[in-house]
Design a protein around this ligand. Sequence first.
Ligand SMILES: *Cc1c(COP(=O)(O)O)cnc(C)c1O
Length: 430
Amino acid sequence: MKTTDHPSLDPLSLDLLNLLEQADPGVADLLAAEANRQANTLELIASENHVSAAVMHAAGTWMTNKYAEGYPGKRYYGGCEHHDTAEDLARDRAKELFGCNFANVQPHCGANANIAAFMAMCNPGDRILSLPIKSGGHLSHGLKPNFSGTFYEIHDYDVDPESERLDYDVIAARAREVQPKMIICGYSAYPRTIDFERFRAIADDVGAILMADIAHIAGLVAGGAHPSPFPHAHIVTTTTHKTLRGPRGGLILSNDEDVAKKVDRKVFPGSQGGPLMHIITAKAVAFGEALQPSFNDYAAQVVSNAAALAEGLVEHGYRLCTGGTDNHLLLVDLQPRDADLTGADAEQWLEAAGIITNKNGIPNDPRPPMVTSGLRLGTAALTTRGLGTDDMRQIASWLDRVMASKGDEAVAREVRGEIREMCDAHPLPH
Ligand SMILES: *Cc1c(COP(=O)(O)O)cnc(C)c1O
């Protein structure tokens, strides 16, 4: 593939490919191939998005050259003048975006934000109440091999086996039984609105700290399409790269001064060294984008698109866990449509047709995590490329056509061609 063969790329990206063509042709080729893959396939992974060219290029600058251990005005290295400005900008914009008075923008990713949050709020061995990964939670909320499961005493709450939704009365009873130091809400595969106010009442009832991990829904919260965890949560963690559409990274927020002080110490020097100042600069750009009124339209469209995709799939005979979605994601139970169909097969067949998804366990899934009976789908990336509810109907029928064909190569080729047309009509943002 010729790396100069990309009329749809922005000028800086073309320059980068030309530069690498000289400096490192192998890397130039792989990057060009990845740019093509993203341009020509439909991205339905619920935790992914397409950043703007501004965010992408802000992440690759001179800011990468600097050590800036510490915080603005209190660094362990000289020469941090502009890094202080960048980090202050990112922090101020994050606070404005989420309506709170403290932000730490240094966590390298969501899991690192959670490490620092756990360290700030709990002591090793403390009891923590969270939703396990098998029911839609995140591995950093207590999975055994993770830091959380290694250093803390983790207790589970679960979704209701019938409705597959959170049952707040049951969670309240569980909290009284466990008497946790901290309760975690916020998930990776839960398609419904989270009632943060109710969670705070449950936490208050047992004197627990409430931590909200809004990694998936941060963009919806910022865009007014999901209720805010503030003023209810004592501490909020998130990624910046999912619905929030920023660079890959983490973020911790709070309204509590005491929490703020502890968090700053536990991010640095507690759990990280030098911050990724190039990424923090890109976070500032992304938060600036999310502060624009148009980001509210984006968030609303993400939710409408998820609802339209849900309707389309139900019409094709699929069952959605919890019966539908309130947010950007759907958890599809494949069994009622075809008892032999696994998430692993579906993921692979769809990829061959140009639709990128991930297999995902459903509540009480009889199959192991590498096989699963479910598929997790999200609309954040599709919405970024300008697709609307009619397109979601079309995508639902492609999903069904490919899965019903059981990976038939001719069907995959046909669908891939049709998807290519949709992608050409809706190029990635520059
Ligand atoms: C994605 C996610 C994370 C972790 O993010 P990484 O950046 O992959 O470390 C944490 N919590 C939840 C709920 C998530 O969905």
